[in-house]
Design a protein around this ligand. Structure first.
Ligand code: SF4
Length: 687
């Protein structure tokens, strides 16, 4: 048996290390990497089944134009010429890229550089917009930088772990296992779960607060007031302090309990535990971020940590868990439309710095279109070319039917993907076959800012190519040969690392300039490393501060925009299940993963089921003002009355009776542009 290849799981933001071993039969066995500090050998069921996703069946193997196989050169020349014509005629804002947290950092860097550095538009956004863009706003407003001040060890060192809007047991399983183990070793450690549903994560909860959907900010604004009353903050300790405390002062216990529809005693218990714990960490994800006031919810959480000093020390901090394997890497390279590379912003000094470093006078000067508005602009004909890389927006974006309609009339749709059949691929004029996990080579960054290598151990099937190669080939044909002359991902990584330290002087938290001179061999052998890694040696991140004081952001608790009414009396919550990933293009083909849950379901409280004549395991039709779908009913006390839950994974490809995101409206947080995927008014009936 050959020596195993060490790599990283391509699914969630935990970023587990894996080892790929070839068996005598020529297949690959995937096991956890005991040396990787994210998982120390553990894997969840999805990661453990990776070996079953490696067959080349169902792969897109050759470039295509309008459904016909063509040579690479033909596809690249055609695409570059069409992009050039559109930019010349309508300007750079008429083209857009829609990327993915599945891309490797090197791929992401190349795409971002082409769009923001050379085409001259910031219209590159990503499916990470749907996942953690509210968390980015929260950190930037509080700390002046998108810097997650926590690590996984904090879970083992804390006295109180608060999970809010997170079903970590299913969505971040290995992290949850670490928490389970920590609690076993230190039973005095308390766990609080804040979630309208009773989920698998509640199995280790000392307290489960099944609050009114979307009311989380009330709980944390009230907590800020409580903490200040217990131990008043020194005057002007934080920027924004007076206003934040003034707003919080009108949220006493009874008002918070009413707002969140919780027992006052339960709220009091949570607040008291939080105040009394020496160390507390709050883990949050989609239940907080996917909201029309998600950014404020993030800041309400961060405010509480700042107010009692539970930050910047072991076992403490507000910890946003990323959904995708490289959502964090996308943030680092500037893959969101409202940021520039390496944590730079649309400010004159940063624009000039980037122009110097890249040797370009065409740096985008204003933010581009965020995901939901981007597809709206395509629908209105304002964006005339879109390049979709490694994602399936026809299934994953809200208001999915409008996304389909927009793509259907877009003059140029380019899709880079690994799968032959996807709902989005049906609308492509040009299709580029990309490398899949096991074939591609580069880096990813997980939720705790740890950069790990994804290494290749399989040959490229057919004529599939790396995403960074495809982007750089297009860039060369657009006339930017010098800036896109990379021959290997190591060269891209080193350029990215050098940019992170370029005229940085400690002003930007993201600094990996200490890795800028890696040789090919050193890059190949790179061990998982948490940033910052500066050329001056590893600084103590926990004492880092970009400039001035931290900020307490004034928050007025808000409820979701979706309101149940006579016609649509229930609120639909959407989310993930344990054994599927995103739109199932990879996990949907693995028989043992399908055994867990094999069709779309709707979880509904027994009282609602009775009211609408629905029986457990019977089929039910769910309709919102935008669309409908059919699912199997799961009658359960885990759901609170008035709310229902459906997973977001199934597409037309896997279930022909509609998909969840066709029901969800594209209502977004005004600061982050993240859609409110957790709350949609719906009605249900037996089907
Ligand atoms: Fe992969 Fe996430 Fe499971 Fe780890 S927890 S094996 S990263 S899906």
């Amino acid at each position: 048996m050959n020596a195993p290849v060490r790599s990283t799981c391509p699914y969630c933001g935990v970023g587990c290390g894996v080892e790929a071993r070839q068996t005598e039969a020529g297949l690959y066995e995937i096991t956890g990497d005991k040396r990787h500090p994210a998982n120390f050998g553990r894997l969840c069921v999805k990661g453990a089944a990776l070996g079953e996703t490696l067959a080349p069946d169902g792969r897109l193997l050759y470039p295509e134009i309008n459904g016909e196989r063509v040579e690479w050169d033909t596809a690249l020349a055609y695409t570059a010429q069409r992009l050039r014509t559109i930019v010349d005629e309508f300007g750079p804002q008429a083209v857009a890229f829609y990327a993915s947290g599945q891309l490797l950092t090197e791929d992401y860097y190349a795409a971002n550089k082409l769009m923001k550095g050379f085409i001259g538009s910031a219209n590159i956004d990503t499916n990470s917009r749907l996942c953690m863009s509210s968390a980015v706003v929260g950190y930037k407003r509080a700390f002046g930088a998108d810097a997650v001040p926590c690590s996984y060890e904090d879970l083992e060192q804390t006295d109180l772990a608060v999970l809010v809007g997170s079903n970590a047991a299913w969505a971040h399983p290995v992290l949850y296992q670490r928490l389970v183990q920590a609690k076993k070793l230190r039973p005095q450690m308390k766990v609080v779960v804040i979630d309208p549903r009773r989920t698998a994560t509640c199995d280790i909860a000392d307290l489960h607060l099944a609050l009114r959907p979307g009311s989380d900010a009330g709980l944390f604004v009230g907590l800020l007031n409580y903490l200040h009353l217990q131990q008043p903050l020194a005057a002007e300790q934080f920027d924004g302090q007076a206003e934040a405390l003034k707003l919080a002062a009108v949220w006493p216990l009874t008002k918070c309990a009413d707002f969140c529809q919780l027992e006052a005693d339960a709220v009091q218990t949570f607040w008291q535990w939080f105040a009394e714990a020496d160390r507390a960490v709050t883990l949050y994800t989609m239940g907080i971020n996917q909201s029309s006031s998600g950014s404020d919810k993030c800041n309400a959480i961060i405010n509480a940590h700042l107010a009692c000093g539970k930050l910047a020390r072991a076992g403490c901090g507000p910890f946003s868990l990323t959904g995708q394997p490289n959502a964090m890497g996308g943030r680092e390279v500037g893959g969101l439309a409202n940021q520039l590379a390496c944590h730079m912003n649309f400010e004159p000094a940063d624009i000039a710095r980037l122009g110097q470093f890249w040797g370009s006078e065409r740096i985008a000067e204003t933010p581009g279109l965020m995901a939901v508005e981007l597809f709206g602009a395509i629908g209105r004909g304002e964006v005339k070319a879109v390049w979709i890389m490694g994602t399936n927006p026809v299934v994953s974006l809200p208001d999915a039917l409008c996304v389909e309609q927009a793509l259907a009339k877009c003059p140029l749709v380019i899709v880079s993907d690994v799968a032959l059949q996807t709902d989005t691929g049906r609308y492509a004029n040009v299709r580029f076959p990309a490398l899949a996990w096991g074939e591609k080579n580069g880096t990813v960054t997980n939720s705790e800012r740890r950069i790990s290598r994804q290494r290749s151990f399989l040959p490229a099937p057919g004529e599939a190519r790396a995403d960074w190669w495809i982007v750089s080939q297009i860039a060369q044909r657009l006339g930017y040969s010098e800036a896109f002359s990379w021959r290997h991902p190591q060269e891209i990584f080193c350029e990215h690392a050098a940019l992170s330290g370029y005229e940085n002087h400690g002003s930007r938290a993201f600094d990996i300039s200490g890795l800028a001179n890696l040789s090919r061999e050193q890059y190949d052998a790179l061990e998982p490393v948490r940033w910052p890694v500066t050329s001056e040696g590893e600084p103590v991140f926990k004492s880092w501060r970009v400039s001035g004081k931290f900020q307490l952001v004034p928050v007025e608790p808000d409820l979701p925009q979706a309101v149940a009414d006579r016609c649509y009396p229930l609120i639909l919550n959407t989310g993930r299940i344990r054994d599927q990933w995103h739109t199932m293009t990879r996990t949907g083909g693995v028989a043992r993963l399908m055994q867990h849950i094999n069709m779309p379901f709707l979880e509904i409280h027994p009282d609602d089921a009775q009211r609408y004549g629905i029986q457990d395991a019977g089929l039910v039709r769910i309709a919102s003002r935008l669309g409908g779908m059919v699912a199997r009913a799961q009658v359960s006390l885990n759901q609170q009355a008035g709310s229902v839950f459906a997973p977001m994974h199934w597409s037309q490809q896997f279930a022909r009776k509609g998909q969840t995101n066709s029901l969800v409206a594209g209502v977004c947080d005004p600061h982050s542009g993240q859609p409110e995927s957790k709350q949609t008014a719906v009605r249900v009936q037996r089907w």
